[in-house]
Each structure stands twice: as structure tokens, then as C-alpha cells.
Write a protein that binds this ligand. Structure first.
Ligand code: URA
Length: 451
């Protein structure tokens, strides 16, 4: 069926196709060519191909899959839809986490890597579903600007070696349009589409290498190590096709990372970790991810040396100073580093105590993220304003032994949220906590490395 609107539409690919036969081709499980994919994506981004035809194509891609070459072509088409930054030197490295509950590692690993001589251009995301977002969290620091222009972004990276902003309209606009459509057409959880979405944005940032933290478990979008491994392989393969260095770690997200969940509380825990006083899981993961960044940047020849350097950046206080510089450089109140009372902090506390003795076997980590949203610590609607001051502070984690009435975590809330906090406590104890009478082993934090 000819589509007269598209006759002669051949700007990006020099070739012209028709919409219906391409959807039909994918629907029947055939491979699309690079030109066909690029033509389709450009047509959609230019508003020539309508949402209903793009939706049909996305569903065909979802159901029939895409091989490595198709995924790379999709990535490239989305990348070419916007601006692409370039920085001199080989030491420009970013990290991408697939998101989770209490994941604040970016605030620790980026200053560590930067202090070690890596340039870190971070374009991070906001909260999604039950997971918090790096951009939302840093905005708990008064004055911090996450909406720098691309020119400011480049200048800050050249000046400070570290910059952190939110998504901008100039970077991969095709992804923005397609992501919004995927969100309402049940096509989010599709490895090739996720890969192209993540990679188009990372490649546009101008990084030479990327370290991926692919989370699995009850608080992650990938529920099993198997799913996480498939995504990790797809991201690594696509990075290599674009001649970027890449390492992926598969990490546990069956419980919050660190002890704090909630925006101000996570900033405080990040600063404490940069001061060398953070929880072990958060410290270990941040140091190891930073060490991979230092290693693939070529700053150190071996991973072992890179890890030593990362540890030194924390113990010497240099990484903390990088974080201070980042906050100050983007207009934030850097006095928070020494005075946490400058962060918004709710003053009422409700304790969540163990109903009996035993060992903590399991949390429903997704539900922990959703319970925080009940206090306003995340968005239910796009337009919601986040309460930075609320949060949960865990005192026990999986594998810990508890006595009856031991505090598992504390809920930090506003005085007028006591009823909500009591309901959160009761729902957590009923639906989110599993205790075992016998000893439980703490989950391994990093289960695999791929490169
Ligand atoms: N994050 C992204 O940027 N894109 C996806 O498709 C999923 C997670």
C-alpha cells in the first residue's frame, strides 16, 4: 500500500520506502535493513509517520525481536536525530545504571573517577516507577542546576572534569518521542528497544567508554540474573559496534543499596561514603564501578591499580572535594558537605520493628520504593513535586539476625504524615518482609562482570 505522504522522503538514507510494507516485514519476522530502520525513525521523528504506525512497528519489533545489526541501526538512527557531543582525549567515561531503590552510587563513583583524572559527562534520569532518579536526588541540594544548556555542559566538563545534568531536548529527540509511545503501548520491556534507547543517549554525550551497572532482583526492572545478562550483553555488543569501551556488572537489587532511601537522606549517605564512613555495600560497589571507569579510561593499566587509586581518592578526601566542586560549579550550596541541616529533612520518625525473632530472608524491594512514593518521595503523576525531606533509614538488611522488636528501619516523615507512616509500617510488615527461622546468607552484591 503506497503512502503518498512519504513519496520522495529520503533525506537520511538516500532511499525511499513505504511504511506499511516495512511494518508487515517486521511483523513476519524478517530482518530490517539499516536504511529501512533509519528511514522509519526519521519519518517518525519528523512527524511524517503517525503514532499508530510507529506503535505497530514497535510491537512488531517487540514480538519478533531485533538482531545486533538491527539494534545498532536503531541506535544510530536515534543518535542521529539530535546533537552529538565530542570531547578530546580518550578519558571521557560515563556510567549507566538500570536503576533501583536507594541507588546513589553516581554521587560517589563520579567524583572518585573525576579525582583520578577521568572526565565524567553525566546526563542522568529522573525517577521512573518505583526507582528514584539521580537528577531528582541532587536537586535536594539547594540551588543545584540540572538544566544546563549543552554549551554550559561542555564548558563545565572541560573546566571541572565532572558535570551532571538531566535529559535535554537536543540529545536523541527520537528516543524521547519513542519512549513516550512505548510507555503507553506495552513495549518498554524489550531488550533491543531498551538498548537503543540507552545507547543513543550515552553515545550522544561524547563518552569514549561506558561502565554499566545492570541491576537484577525485586527492586530492579530486570527481575532475574538471566534477564540482566541478556541486557548486559546487548549493551556491550552495541557499545563495541560503536567502537566504545564497555564493562557491565550484574548487581543485586533485592534490597536497597546502602541504608538510605529518599532524596536528602541519600545525598547525606553519599557524602558520608565520600568521607569514608558509608555502608559497605554502597562503598564497595561505588569504588569498583569507579575503578572500572579509571581502568577503561586508560588512567591505570590494570584494574587492581585502578581500584587502589579509587580507594585512595576516597581516603585522601580528593573525591569529596570533587563532589564539592561539582555542587558549587552548578550553583548548589556546597556547605551541605559539612552541614546536613541545610538539606530538607523531615523531623518525625516512625519505627518499623520486627514482629518476631529470626533472620531477614527477603524484602519486596519494589514495594519499598513504592511505599516511599506514598510519602511524596517520588511521583505518582508527571507533574508531582517531590518531597526531598522524607525517607527510610534501614538498620537491618538481608541476612541480618533480628530479635522481636528490633528496629528494621525508621520512616522519616512530616508531622502531618503520621497516619501514612503507620500504614506504610503495617504494609511493609505484612507484604514486604520475609523472616526465616534459619540462618540466611547475605546476597552477593556483584554476581558477574561482562566486557
Ligand atoms: N532507560 C532508558 O533510557 N530507556 C529504556 O528504554 C529503559 C531504561
Amino acid at each position: 500500500m503506497a503512502n503518498p505522504i512519504l513519496a520522495g522522503f529520503k533525506i537520511m538514507t538516500k532511499k525511499s520506502f513505504q511504511v506499511y510494507p516495512l511494518i508487515d516485514k517486521k511483523k513476519n519476522g524478517h530482518k530490517l535493513s539499516v536504511d529501512e530502520i533509519k528511514w522509519f525513525i526519521q519519518g517518525y521523528t519528523d512527524h511524517v509517520i503517525p503514532d499508530y504506525q510507529m506503535s505497530a512497528m514497535l510491537m512488531a519489533m517487540f514480538l519478533k525481536g531485533m538482531d545486533g545489526a538491527e539494534t545498532a541501526a536503531l541506535t544510530d538512527a536515534m543518535l542521529e536525530s539530535g546533537e552529538q557531543l565530542k570531547f578530546p582525549g580518550k578519558n571521557v567515561i560515563d556510567k549507566h545504571s538500570t536503576g533501583g531503590v536507594g541507588d546513589k552510587a553516581s554521587f560517589i563513583l563520579a567524583p572518585i573517577a573525576s579525582a583520578a583524572g577521568v572526565k565524567v559527562p553525566m546526563i542522568a534520569g529522573r525517577g521512573l516507577g518505583h526507582t528514584g532518579g539521580t537528577v531528582d536526588k541532587i536537586e535536594a541540594v539547594k540551588g543545584f542546576r540540572t538544566n544546563l544548556s549543552l554549551k554550559e555542559f561542555q564548558d563545565k566538563l572541560n573546566e571541572n572534569g565532572l558535570v551532571l545534568i538531566g535529559q535535554t531536548p537536543e540529545i536523541a529527540p527520537a528516543d524521547r518521542l519513542i519512549y513516550a509511545l512505548r510507555d503507553v503501548t506495552a513495549t518498554i520491556d524489550c531488550i533491543p528497544l531498551i538498548t537503543a534507547s540507552i545507547m543513543s543517549k550515552k553515545l550522544a554525550e561524547g563518552a569514549n567508554g561506558i561502565v554499566f551497572d545492570i541491576k537484577y532482583g525485586s527492586g530492579a526492572f530486570m527481575r532475574t540474573p538471566k534477564q540482566a545478562r541478556i541486557l548486559a550483553k546487548s549493551l556491550i555488543q552495541t557499545s563495541k559496534r560503536f567502537k566504545k569501551k564497555a564493562v557491565a556488572l550484574i548487581t543485586d537489587m533485592n534490597q536497597p543499596l546502602g541504608n538510605a532511601v529518599g532524596h536528602s537522606h541519600e545525598i547525606i549517605e553519599s557524602i558520608e561514603t565520600l568521607k569514608g564512613k558509608g555502608p559497605k555495600d554502597l562503598t564497595d560497589l561505588s569504588v569498583i564501578l569507579a575503578a572500572h571507569m579509571i581502568h577503561i579510561a586508560g588512567v591505570e593499566k590494570t584494574f587492581v591499580k585502578a581500584k587502589k587509586k579509587a580507594e585512595l581518592m576516597v581516603s585522601s578526601g580528593k573525591a569529596l572535594e570533587e563532589f564539592r566542586k561539582l555542587i558549587k560549579g552548578q550553583g548548589g550550596d556546597d556547605r551541605v558537605i559539612d552541614d546536613y541541616s541545610l538539606l530538607p529533612l523531615a523531623t518525625s520518625i516512625t519505627e518499623v520493628r520486627s514482629p518476631k525473632k529470626g533472620f531477614i530472608k527477603m524484602f519486596n524491594n519494589e514495594q519499598i520504593g513504592l511505599l516511599l512514593i506514598e510519602l511524596g518521595g517520588g511521583r505518582k503523576m508527571k507533574t508531582d513535586i517531590i518531597n526531598f525531606d522524607v525517607g527510610f533509614l534501614f538498620e537491618k538488611k538481608i541476612g541480618d539476625q533480628v530479635k522481636k522488636d528490633d528496629v528494621i528501619f525508621t520512616i522519616h516523615h512530616r508531622a502531618d504524615q503520621t497516619d501514612a507512616a503507620l500504614s506504610i509500617r503495617d504494609r511493609f510488615l505484612k507484604e514486604s518482609l520475609t523472616l526465616s527461622a534459619t540462618k540466611v546468607r547475605a546476597p552477593k552484591l556483584i554476581i558477574e562482570k561482562l566486557s
